[in-house]
Design a protein around this ligand. Structure first.
Ligand code: AQP
Length: 344
């Protein structure tokens, strides 16, 4: 007998991604994820959820969580997701995510999870006090993706390792339950200059919702004055901009601002440097501020308009949840059968 490669997944292509309702969305979330959602929805069936199950891996005020979910939904809509085209829904409205996560908890190995760098970063020095949910977060993420048999996952670079784990879980499930090609091995879509936006206060740290300094990030809800002021205050150095990105390798803050400009303008970093080489930040920052205000300003305004009608957002989310379950329910029924559960 010869060893044969397992049959590849032959089902339809689907896109899936989501964002946690755990704070204000920022420029990193926008460029690393949301921009891609709006583009992909016109190419491949796209499922975008609000990750409220993930959010409670760290404490969330129960009185605020629903409002936070609506805010993320409003951000999706304001950045171009069309609920008639994409399926937009809250994670907790589709119980199959949590059910499949349990099965995957029994497929994934402790050694695989022990390698996840995001848990180490988020749990910090006191990992014994972190929730078990924070540790198994990437297993739930695998379930989010695979319950829709999604093949492409638009995310920022920080999520690449979790996507590798999803592929490992899919491969092991297919192998252990003798179901070759049942789950796809999904690909992360991380390309583009917005894949890793860094803090405006520290070019070596990721721009993040949980950074205590509000000046470290541009929030989607910031108004024009706040955006311009944060860029004016962004940490830089006294040198002029060089002609090549290689010359910025030791200047993380400068590199970050060039990357942000390129991503917002839809240009390459090389094109940006070709325009600004030789100029200092006194000249570059006002141009970046104008660009950021022109792109981000209208998003905040549209979010505020959408949030003034929460019933309409709830209607969109309920409709999306019903459509999402049409895909998730048959996958989960098949998983129950493959695993041999009593309740099929
Ligand atoms: N700085 C970033 N640059 C590019 N992409 C980013 N993403 C997050 N930060 C950056 C991408 O945004 C999507 C949603 O992320 P999330 O809210 O689900 O969780 P996160 O990655 O943990 O985001 P934050 O802002 O860093 O939140 P906190 O501070 O709560 O941990 C993902 O696709 C992510 O890659």
């Amino acid at each position: 007998m010869t060893d044969q490669a397992p049959a590849p997944y032959a089902g339809p292509q689907r896109v899936l991604s989501g964002v946690q309702p755990s704070g204000d969305l920022h420029l990193g979330n926008y460029l690393g994820a949301l921009v891609k959602f709006a583009r992909l929805q016109h190419e491949i069936p796209t499922f975008i959820f609000v990750a409220d199950l993930h959010a409670i891996t760290v404490w969330q005020d129960p009185k605020l969580l629903k409002t936070q979910v609506r805010e993320i939904a409003a951000a999706y809509l304001a950045t171009g997701l069309d609920p008639k085209v994409a399926t937009i829904f809250p994670q907790s409205a589709v119980p199959e995510h949590a059910e499949l996560a349990w099965v995957f908890n029994c497929v994934a190995r402790l050694g695989w999870l022990d390698r996840m760098t995001q848990f180490k970063e988020k749990s910090g020095k006191h990992k014994e006090r972190a929730s078990v949910g924070l540790y198994t977060y990437p297993v739930l993420q695998a379930a989010d993706i695979l319950v829709y048999k999604a093949t492409q996952v638009p995310v920022g670079e920080d999520q690449k390792q979790h996507l590798e784990l999803t592929r490992d879980i899919a491969g092991k499930f297919n192998h252990d339950y003798e179901a070759p090609g049942f789950f796809p091995l999904p690909e992360p879509l991380t390309q583009g200059p917005g894949a890793r936006i860094m803090s405006l206060r520290d070019g070596t740290a990721k721009m993040s919702k949980s950074d205590p300094s509000d000046n470290s990030r541009i929030n989607l809800t910031d108004d024009a004055d706040a955006i311009a002021q944060k860029i004016r205050k962004a940490k830089t150095d006294p040198e002029p901009l060089p002609e090549t990105m290689e010359a910025l390798s030791e200047r993380p803050e400068a590199r970050n601002l060039v990357g942000i400009y390129a991503a917002l303008a839809g240009r390459t970093e090389a094109e940006v440097l070709a325009e600004f080489a030789g100029q200092g930040f006194g000249a570059f920052k006002p141009k970046l501020a104008d660009l950021a205000v022109s792109v981000m300003g209208p998003i905040g305004g549209e979010m505020r308009r959408l949030l003034s009608d929460p019933a309409e957002i709830d209607r969109i989310l309920a409709d999306g949840a019903a459509r999402a379950r049409e895909v998730a329910t048959p996958t989960m029924a098949e998983v129950r059968r493959l695993v041999g559960f009593w309740a099929g």
